[in-house]
Write a protein that binds this ligand. Structure first.
Ligand code: SF4
Ligand code: SF4
Ligand code: SF4
Length: 248
């Protein structure tokens, strides 16, 4: 059997996750040697309509994006959403909290009505098509990306943590950010980053999304213990959790 053909596509995003692939340095050579990269706008000019694995960066913000994504899905055997923009809409989804005309005007001023600047409410990739695997984070974790792709090439099912960042944070013996009066989202956020932010004296802001069954009651207990309200917690969750699905 030949090498798996891989195509990388980007939609609304900062392309920081693709940069993470480039930053894999020597590991990228192993990875690229194991597959045929047939399309990757950021790194090559060739294009292809035939691929086995499609890797999607970015969120969906225009009707033409949805159509393109559906075509990609119909061609790919496996589809991977890469980075928070793709896995959950990411920072782009903040837009969904506002009126679209207000957003256009804020970004483009009087030019906001121009046809090529058309936009709609942000969707994560799995709100449009079926996603087989997710590489979480903003930016995504390069090691986790390599692990997932390698697992697929070996026919193995990658295992993604479904426990909270606090587990990794405690193993690193960090002083809890709550002791510094910061609302840290580690108790409900999916681990896998090695508690990057608390280890650098910052609170977790939830870029990997939440565990499948977050312990909401325990989170509320912590809030109460620190004299904080649910609304204060929600205000800290909005950066990566603007879930409002407005009518398209
Ligand atoms: S997930 Fe973050 S780093 Fe990746 S493309 Fe989106 S904004 Fe950029
Ligand atoms: S700093 Fe955050 S991630 Fe670490 S233990 Fe405290 S709440 Fe959990
Ligand atoms: S600690 Fe939280 S915000 Fe920081 S990288 Fe990990 S999941 Fe993302």
């Amino acid at each position: 059997m030949g090498k798996a053909r891989v195509a990388i596509f980007d939609f609304a995003c900062c392309e920081g996750c693709q940069l993470q692939i480039v930053n894999l340095e020597e590991h990228i050579l192993d990875l690229i040697g194991a597959v045929d990269v047939v399309e990757w706008r950021e790194a090559m000019s060739e294009q292809s309509t035939e691929y086995d694995i499609a890797i999607i960066e970015g969120s969906i913000t225009r009707p033409q994006d949805r159509a393109k994504l559906e075509t990609i899905r119909s061609r790919a055997k496996v589809l991977i959403a890469m980075g928070a923009c793709a896995t959950m809409g990411g920072i782009n989804k903040l837009k969904n909290n506002f009126d679209l005309d207000e957003v256009r005007n804020c970004v483009y001023g009087g030019d906001g009505t121009m046809e090529h600047l058309d936009t709609e409410f942000t969707q994560a990739v799995d709100e449009v098509v079926t996603v087989d695997y997710k590489v979480h984070g903003c930016p995504m974790n390069g090691e986790e990306f390599t692990y997932i792709v390698r697992s697929l090439l070996m026919g193995k099912e990658p295992v993604i943590p479904d426990y909270p960042v606090c587990v990794e944070c405690k193993m690193k013996e960090n002083v809890c950010r709550w002791e510094h009066d910061e609302i840290c989202l580690g108790p409900i956020t999916r681990a896998g980053c090695g508690a990057t932010c608390p280890s650098a004296s910052h609170r977790c802001f939830g870029c990997r999304g939440y565990v499948d069954n977050p312990n909401i009651e325990a989170a509320k207990d912590v809030m109460q213990k620190h004299g904080l309200t649910d609304d204060q917690l929600k205000s800290k969750m909005v950066l990566f959790s603007s879930k409002q699905e407005k009518t398209l």
